[in-house]
Design a protein around this ligand. Structure first.
Ligand code: HMG
Ligand code: MG
Length: 312
């Protein structure tokens, strides 16, 4: 493994510390043609934890007919034991059925996932936006009553492949409705990677005006158009300190046309290391994990940093 590292030149416009919210085992593996065995997923989660990723989203308790790649959620949580529990091992939960399954597996954190657009709400949740908010309400209420940490994703915040541009006010309205259910954190999703830096700034500003400040917001950028890292830096300069990323740049939503991988965790860590921003993550261990997972998936990682360090 190469020991090439970025030269550290602190950037005072960035926060001193960033929390990386790792979505590789969930967003990454939900979209792969290869279904990864539960034992490999468990090792993936453990390796990510060992590489310094405090928060790792492990899987989804959705209808297994909708996402067969994650149909082994119970088995995975069983294999993980204590490593799959606690507030830093969230799982996706769309409805009370999913919450029951998650609670039976002993999870300590859940994420609901709404949509800023009607078309994607229908395609991903088989519901209108209003019906999906109604579906999430008892999930959040019961999860909180059980002491769980709750995140709310909102997809299609920067554009929708069927509807085109999505008005900022429409996005903020859905975000507000989900946060009003009592969620601890919002994650704004650029599901198809079309957002650009000014758009990020404008949405964060509008969320702030609606009472959702950057301390409550994570950013979730897919990298379809190569904008994820630039957009992340824009968000960090606006006060966000939680960034979703996927080791090796895996990811995509099976129900969103033209969604590709998330921002690669390695690309993010390279940038943050160089800017002197603390993440607690060991880049070499992460790259080794991506290369190991790429072997299981039978395809190379799309991350530029993984490619460069693996080749070095
Ligand atoms: P539905 O068909 O409307 O569900 O699907 P239903 O409530 O009518 O129930 C139908 C059947 O499904 C019933 O079984 C239920 O028990 C079963 P039957 O009585 O017919 O035998 N069922 C379940 N089984 C297991 N676990 C469950 C569950 N729920 C119902 N939780 C539903 C509605 C929401 C369930 C479905 O649309 C679904 O599972 N969608 C999930 C889609 C998904 O996972 N997409 C990817 C994640 S989102 C994403 O990637 C975006 C994100 O990364 C952010 C971004 O990038 O923008 C987060
Ligand atoms: Mg996603």
């Amino acid at each position: 493994m190469s020991r090439v590292l970025p030269q550290v030149e602190p950037d005072p416009s960035l926060p001193p510390r960033v929390t990386v919210y790792e979505v590789g085992p969930r967003d990454g593996l939900q979209n792969e043609a290869t279904t990864v065995p539960a034992a490999v997923k468990a090792e993936f989660v453990r390796r990510l934890g060992a590489a310094g990723l405090a928060t790792v989203e492990t899987t989804s308790f959705v209808d297994p007919r909708w996402v067969p790649q994650l149909a082994d959620a119970e088995e995975l949580l069983g294999l993980l034991g204590a490593d799959g529990r606690g507030p830093q091992r969230p799982v996706l939960v769309p409805n009370e059925r999913g919450l029951d399954r998650a609670l039976a597996s002993g999870v300590g954190a859940v994420a609901i996932f709404g949509s800023a657009t009607e078309t994607f709400a229908r395609k991903n949740l088989n519901r209108t936006v209003a019906e999906s908010v109604a579906m999430f309400a008892p999930v959040v209420e019961r999860a909180r009553a059980d002491g769980l940490w709750v995140r709310a994703y909102v997809s299609m915040c920067f554009g929708d492949p069927w509807e085109g541009p999505v008005p900022v006010a429409q996005v903020v309205d859905v975000c507000r409705r989900l946060m009003d259910l009592g969620c601890d954190q919002l994650s704004i999703g650029d599901t198809i990677g079309v957002g650009t830096v000014g758009h990020v700034h404008r949405l964060l500003e509008a969320l702030g005006a609606a009472g959702i400040g950057p301390e409550a917001v994570g950013v979730h950028f897919h990298d379809t158009y190569g904008q994820a890292l630039a957009n992340t830096l824009a968000a960090l300069r606006d006060g966000v300190t939680v960034v979703d990323a996927s080791t090796g740049g895996l990811g995509g939503c099976p129900y969103a046309r033209s969604a590709t991988g998330n921002l690669a965790t390695e690309d993010l860590v390279w940038t943050l290391d160089g800017a002197g921003v603390e993440t607690g993550i060991d880049l070499d261990a992460l790259v080794a994990t991506s290369m190991w997972m790429a072997e299981h998936l039978g395809r190379p990682s799309p991350s530029r940093v993984v490619k460069a360090l693996a080749g070095g």
